[in-house]
Design a binder for this molecule. Sequence first.
Ligand code: SAJ
Length: 424
Amino acid sequence: MSFETISVIGLGYIGLPTAAMFAAYGKNVIGVDVNQHAVDTINRGEIHIVEPELDAIVHKAVTDGKLKAVLVPESADAFLIAVPTPFLQIENDGDIPQPDLKYIQAAAKAIAPVLKKDDLVILESTSPVGATEQMANWLAEYRSDLTFPKTHGDASDVRIAHCPERVLPGHVVRELVENDRVIGGMTAKCSELAVELYKTFVKGECVITNARTAEMAKLTENSCRDVQIAFANELSIICDELDINVWELISLANRHPRINILQPGPGVGGHCIAVDPWFIVSKTPEQAQIIHVARKVNDAKPKWVINKVKVAIAEFLQENPTKTVKDITIACFGLAFKPDIDDLRESPALNITKEVAKLHSGNVIAVEPNIAKLPNSLSSVTELKDFQHAIREADIAVILVDHKEFKDIKFVSSTKVIDTKGIV
Ligand code: SAJ
C-alpha cells in the first residue's frame, strides 16, 4: 500500500509539524482544523504556533502545493488524529481528574463520511488506555457499511493504530525525525501499515506493540518524569528545612554511577507531564499510588514558593522597620513553563507571579525575555520589565525559570532571593 494523500486532524503543536513533515517528504497532505484562524494562517504559508524551524518547512510545503489546511475533512489514504485530550471539569477539590475524549469523538465523526476501504486511522493524541478501541467503536458506529479490526481482524476494511507522539516542545522538528516511535496497531496488519506510513520520514526505529500498550507507554514516559521531578521537588523542601543546599546535594548524589536525580523547580508545567499521569490514576486509582502522590507533590510546589515570598516580605519588614509593605518591590524572573521558550500555558511561574501580584500591595514586576507583551491575566496587576531594571529595583527576587538570559544573574546583598531553580 502506498499512502499518497495523508490527512492530519488537529493542526496544533503536534499535528502541524507532523503534517508539514509528511509534506516535506513528498506526500500530499490535507490538514484539518476547526479553527478558521489556524486554517487561514497555514494556507498563507505561515504558522500560528511557536516552534523553531517549523515556519520555513510549512512555508515551503504550502508554496509547493503539498500542504493545505481545511475546516472539513476530505478523502485520504491515512488519517492521523492529533487533537487535545483534556480533563472533564472537576466537581470537588481533591477529585481525580477524568479524561475527556470529546475531541477524539468529534474527529472520528468528522472523518467518518470520507472514510473508505483500506484507509488507515492513527490516533496520535496522548490518551487513556482503551481510547483507541473507543475511537474504533465510534467509527464503526458512524460507518456500519465498513468493517473494523475488532470484528474482522486483519481482514478489516479500515485499519486502526495508536502511535503516540513523544517530541519535546522546542525540538519538535528534529525529534519527529530522530525519535523511535511506538506503533500500537489493533492487529498485526494495522501495525505493519502504520510503520510503513511513519517510515516516510522517521529515521528512528518503529517498534511494534498493541494499541493498549502503546497508550500506556506514552503515559508511562511522562509519569516517570513526573515522579522523578516530584522526588527532586520533595528533596528541595526537605533540604530547605534542614538548611542544606539542594543543588549541591543533587550534584553530589549524581556522581554515583547509578543515580540521576532531576532538578527541582517551582512546580511542573506544560500540557503533558502535569496531565498524563492523571490518565493512569483515573483508570486505576487503587493501584496508582506513587503516581498519584507525585502529582500532588508537584502540584503543591507553587504554594510552597508563594509561602516563601510571604516569609521574605515579613523578614524584609523586620529588617527595615522604617518601611511598609507598599515600599517593597518584588521581581519575578521568568513566566514560561520551562527555560528558553515563550510558552506560558499551564506555567507554574505564571501562576506564582499572578498570586504574588494578588497578595502583595507593593510593586510587582515580571521579567520574561521571551515575550514582548504580558498576557491579559497579568497586565492589570504587574508590569513587564527588562532584566537590568528588575535587578536594580528588586527588594525581593523570585527566580522561577532558568532562562539562559538569567544564568549570570547577580543581586546586591540587600535583595532577598528566592531561587527555585538554583541559579544564584
Ligand atoms: N521540570 C522540572 N525539573 C526537571 C525537568 C523538568 O521541574 O528536571 C519541569 C519543567 O520546568 C516543566 C515540566 O517539568 O515545567 C515539563 O517539562 P519537560 O521538559 O520535562 O517536558 P515537556 O512537557 O516539555 O515534554 C514532555 C516530554 N516527555 C518526556 O520527557 C518524558 C516530551 O518528550 C513529550 O513528547 C511531551 O512531554 C508530550 O507531548 O507528552
